[in-house]
Design a protein around this ligand. Structure first.
Ligand SMILES: *[C@@H]1O[C@H](CO)[C@@H](O)[C@H](O)[C@H]1NC(C)=O
Ligand SMILES: *[C@@H]1O[C@H](CO)[C@@H](O)[C@H](O)[C@H]1NC(C)=O
Ligand SMILES: *[C@@H]1O[C@H](CO)[C@@H](O)[C@H](O)[C@H]1NC(C)=O
Length: 480
């Protein structure tokens, strides 16, 4: 009996000791590799319908950007296909405002896994930009895609400043989870309304980097595609492009020139009327890719009804058309919406945890677009500042886009007044003219011939050549 008791006491003692040891071990592990554990938790093993090969190293999840209000942004990250430890980090943002970088950038444009037709699964994209970079997609701002806030009034406060600050906080916290990228060369890119987000985020990173108490982010440059940049030049460019590409008559164009002064962001009723003729014509085709077939699926009925809701105010109407309700495969949105709303996909993706999202996942959010406060009219001062700071700055333009046309972008770049380094000239790919480019002291502008608003989708080969050349800081090929 006594022997048994002693044995039992010894046993308890050993168990307690083991427990203490275990707890100690756990604590040590957590403090040493906390980020590693969190990072592991975000690893995506396999997405439903994903091809078995090649392997794709991917992560996704939420990063809290504001603790008090409970705001969290959703990201999807792909390691570079080879030597990720040697490649830079590239962030991609889509515009709208309200469009998802997961739905557009990652799953239909430049990510390695694209949603297949009918949304049944995913296919490998051999022109994916993670050939040359570790590639990060962010659903921004809150209210877009899987990103959310627990304080619904946040959604009424969205403007460029709000978006930039949340995106900055995202980066700081993402680097805590992925410390191996913290000192890596970092670039930001995006298209359309991200023409606002990208330079503003770059500026915020640049400014915060001066504060030694803040996380240093090794920002080297940014590149924007068909970017909204300056209200005046972009509006003027839109009208000129419609006329010069035979979308509207000489009379309409003469009328616009007479009654519209785009220097005022508030258009007169007469200007509204003249411009609405342009938009009516663009309703007939795809404004984002004027030579491509238009999407005729019933699904695209979303766009007209939305347009009608704003028809009373054409200028408001005009501004909010920035959103992309179509692309090259104009019916694409419906495939992505089918795929990303699947419960098994969301589970594998660490998205919509506990099914708490108060809405369906959408490629673009109408309510964000409607409530967004467009308070910044020109990004050109930020360009000047960041060019002076020595960042690498590139602007590219698919020259078949009617919404943010190449003409307006040329006006914007010319307005910066930079000295020319090499003249406007063709660049080549596969023995063809892929587009043209011009190099200034501090900035490069590139066109992609025959691409619309979504260059990586319309011209994937050219898109990949472009990002490679940008990241390497080289010149585009000037010979066949
Ligand atoms: C939002 O609220 C839910 C439910 O209380 C909570 O689980 C979640 O962590 C909150 N999100 C953030 C970012 O704080
Ligand atoms: C537009 O706004 C400016 C400045 O607020 C004002 O001076 C001008 O009269 C307005 N123009 C129209 C057409 O409403
Ligand atoms: C939009 O932003 C501007 C500039 O920050 C501000 O003055 C204005 O009050 C805002 N409008 C709304 C409706 O929040």
């Amino acid at each position: 009996m006594e022997g048994y008791r002693q044995k039992q006491r010894l046993h308890q003692c050993v168990v307690s000791l083991l427990r203490v040891l275990f707890v100690l071990l756990c604590c040590c592990r957590r403090s040493a590799a906390g980020s590693g554990n969190e990072q592991d938790g975000d690893r995506v093993r396999f997405l439903p319908g994903q091809p078995r090969s090649p392997p794709v190293s991917q992560f996704s999840g939420y990063v809290t950007v504001n603790q008090r209000n409970g705001r969290a942004l959703f990201y999807w990250f792909f390691e570079a296909q080879s030597s990720p430890a040697q490649k830079p980090l590239l962030l991609w943002l889509n515009g709208g405002p309200g469009c998802s970088s997961v739905g557009y950038g990652a799953a239909s444009e430049l990510g390695p896994l694209r949603v297949t037709r009918q949304g049944a699964g995913l296919e490998f994209n051999k022109f994916a930009w993670n050939k040359e970079a570790n590639l990060l997609f962010l659903e921004s701002p809150v209210g877009v895609g899987f990103s959310y806030t627990n304080t619904s009034s946040d959604l009424t406060k969205l403007d460029d400043t709000f978006v930039a600050e949340d995106a900055y906080n995202f980066l700081v916290n993402w680097f805590k989870r992925f410390p191996q990228y913290k000192d890596r060369e970092f670039y930001i890119s995006g298209e359309s309304y991200a023409g606002h987000y990208v330079p503003q985020l770059a500026e915020l990173v640049y400014d915060k980097n001066k504060d030694k108490t803040k996380t240093y982010i090794n920002l080297k440059g940014f590149m924007v595609g068909n970017p909204l940049t300056d209200d005046y030049y972009d509006s003027k460019g839109l009208a000129e492009y419609a006329w010069s590409h035979a979308v509207v008559s000489d009379e309409v164009y003469e009328r616009i020139k007479k009654v519209c002064n785009f220097k005022f962001s508030n258009w007169t009723d007469e200007c509204d009327k003249a411009m609405s003729i342009v938009f009516e014509q663009y309703h007939e085709i795809d404004i984002y890719n004027i030579y491509a077939p238009r999407c005729n699926l019933a699904q695209s009925a979303v766009a007209p009804s939305f347009d009608q809701a704003l028809a009373t105010n054409d200028q408001e109407h005009f501004r909010r058309r920035i959103r992309m309700f179509s692309g090259y495969d104009a019916c694409y949105s419906s495939y992505a919406e089918k795929y990303f709303n699947r419960a098994d996909v969301q589970r594998a993706f660490h998205a919509n945890l506990m099914g708490a999202l108060p809405r369906k996942w959408e490629v673009c959010s109408d309510s964000i677009l409607r409530s967004y406060n467009f308070s910044v009219l020109s990004l050109l001062p930020i360009y000047s500042k960041l060019i002076k700071a020595g960042l690498r700055v590139w602007l590219y333009s698919g020259d078949a886009d009617g919404r943010v046309p190449v003409i307006g972008s040329r006006y914007c770049v010319e307005a910066l007044g930079l000295p020319i380094k090499t003249q406007w000239q063709p660049w080549y790919l596969n023995k063809q003219v892929a587009g043209r480019f011009v190099e200034y002291q501090g900035m490069t502008m590139v066109t992609i011939r025959g691409a619309g608003h979504l260059v990586p989708l319309n011209k994937p080969d050219e898109g990949l050549a472009l990002i490679d050349t940008f990241l390497l800081g080289k010149q585009l090929p000037t010979r066949r």
